[in-house]
Design a protein around this ligand. Structure first.
Ligand SMILES: [Zn+2]
Length: 300
């Protein structure tokens, strides 16, 4: 990776897959930026003159050619500032969306879940830094409100976001795209946490909260010592055939009865609850083959 020192217009040492830093402002090579149509095949590469960079600099980078085709045929271009100021001289891929360099191969994923339908979204690079960040932010923002709506999706969505993190880290490491690309790099936009879509994070919290709340009130999950409230008016001696009962705190003034016994597998409260001396009522429920009786001691 030798370069002729007198002509070298870059001011940082070669590093990583992209051996050339951004040229200084006003570098003579910048006029080469405006003619990106010269994406050439490797065979355009003419024999470099003595003192030119070794072919190895270019040799393993099929996308590193182009720019000004005549530059490759014209020996005087090699070693000249034009060759280095040209972004196409970067070894490595160029952005799939705008053509900028530097770029890195990465895959950004998103997820959509609609009850029973799932969509696994995928956007593949190479990305320049701007297009990559824009794609990651857009897909994450969309997934934050589209990705939760199914039992499977609720688990797949956060996993998808985690899988994106190392891909985003690769994109973050890139230097900003050099000017002069065929297309305009995408505007990365605001970070996801500053977009309204971040409120989508509340969706799983609300759903989980609602499930926990309803399970806590479900008499099927109640245990002895818990208290229950009947949503219907309790009339002593009258059986409520369609009781709507929720579990509530015993200190709540709505608490109608305390559970003194729980007998699974029966709905015959009359006999099941004789085992509990302080039981003066019962509640039973059948759900499919699952049935149980709660023996109650009324508080009112
Ligand atoms: Zn780009």
């Amino acid at each position: 990776m030798s370069t002729p020192p007198p002509q070298a217009p870059f001011d940082t040492p070669p590093a990583g897959p992209n051996p050339y830093a951004a040229p200084p402002a006003g570098a003579p090579g910048q006029d080469a930026f405006g003619t990106p149509q010269g994406f050439g095949a490797p065979q355009r590469f003419g024999a470099p003159p003595a003192g030119a960079p070794t072919p190895g600099v270019y040799g393993d980078a099929p996308h590193g050619y182009g720019g000004v085709p005549q530059g490759y045929g014209a020996p005087q271009a090699f070693g000249g500032p034009q060759a280095f100021g040209n972004p196409q001289a970067f070894a490595g891929p160029s952005c799939r969306f705008c053509g900028s360099v530097p770029a890195v191969q990465a895959t950004v994923r998103g997820h959509q879940g609609f009850v029973i339908i799932m969509r696994f979204l995928k956007l593949q690079g190479p990305f320049c830094r701007s297009c990559g960040i824009a794609a990651h932010r857009r897909m994450t923002a969309d997934s934050l409100w589209q990705g939760w709506w199914g039992i499977g999706s609720a688990f797949i969505n956060p996993i998808t976001m985690l899988i994106n993190l190392p891909q985003r880290a690769k994109i973050n490491k890139l230097a900003p795209p050099l000017p002069g690309a065929p297309g305009l790099p995408a505007d990365p936009g605001k970070p996801v946490f500053r977009r309204p879509a971040i409120l989508g994070l509340l969706i799983p919290l609300i759903v989980v909260g609602a499930i926990v709340y309803s399970a806590q009130r479900d008499p099927g999950y109640a245990s002895v010592g818990d208290c229950v409230h009947s949503k219907h008016t309790v009339v002593a001696g009258v059986e409520d055939k369609d009781a709507d009962v929720v579990v509530i705190d015993c200190s709540d003034s709505d608490a109608d009865a305390r559970i003194v016994g729980k007998v699974p597998g029966t709905h015959d409260g009359e006999s099941a609850c004789t085992a509990f001396s302080d039981a003066d009522g019962y509640y039973y429920r059948e759900q499919g083959s699952d049935q149980y009786t709660l023996c109650l001691h009324f508080l009112k």
